[in-house]
Design a binder for this molecule. Sequence first.
Ligand code: NDP
Length: 246
Amino acid sequence: MGMLADQVAIVTGSGRGIGRAISHALAKEGAKVVISDINEELCQKTASEFQADGAEAIAVPCNVTDSASVAKMVEAIIAKWGRIDILVNNAGITRDALFMRMSEDQWQAVIDTNLTSAFKVTQPIVKVMSKQRCGRIINIASTSGVHGNFGQVNYAAAKSGLIGFTKTVALEYASRNITSNAIAPGFIDTDMTKALGEEIINKILDRVPLKRMGTPEDIASAVVFLAGPGSYVTGQVLEVSGGLYT
Ligand code: NDP
């Protein structure tokens, strides 16, 4: 029996990348996991792979920018398992450009997917957690949201907003035994960062004291800590970045 046995966890954007690794780590600790992603096919494929591996997993496709889609997802989870113990707001996108060249569409897409989504997903789920008098909310922010980053004014603003959101939810729901924390990954080896190209990645690695990119599993371990033993931690931002910005 794992430390999260019988707990129900939903991770948004968990078809691939960091979200998939988080779901896998939670399932390894015994949690029942909801694989949720905008990409329906990927969602089903990931859930089937987890089931084949012995995990209790269901696929519930959801676009986190669409309140109706979120409502359907929450309904499906409650119909299946009747509770939600762990929410990881992970779905995110980048639309990088220098500030002067950034279009309003690039700005808005990132704000909608990386920040407003947390409002849309957390509001119905925190209602469920409030009734249970327990819950763990973990928001995947970014070191860009703490320190800023060239070419990412939209992304940094959204992730910084997500950190403010995290701290305020922590204050408002502590009395219900619900914790709310953010993880700020540095540079993690996923499709999102592969798009940067080798030259930029090597320049970044020069600045990372641990001299390697993070893995999705590095982020997943931090999530497992906050979902499990970290019960006295709330309103915090944990940087998982190999020492970047130290
Ligand atoms: P990926 O692009 O590899 O995966 C993101 C997943 O989210 C994809 O499966 C994607 O679906 C899904 N997604 C995108 N938009 C939506 C939406 N509207 N609704 C539901 N799902 C959606 O990214 P990572 O795994 O690298 O990133 C995960 C999180 O970690 C993000 O919040 C990111 O900002 C954050 N992060 C990542 C870092 C890194 O270095 N990789 C560093 C710091 C933070 P689809 O397959 O259709 O695109």
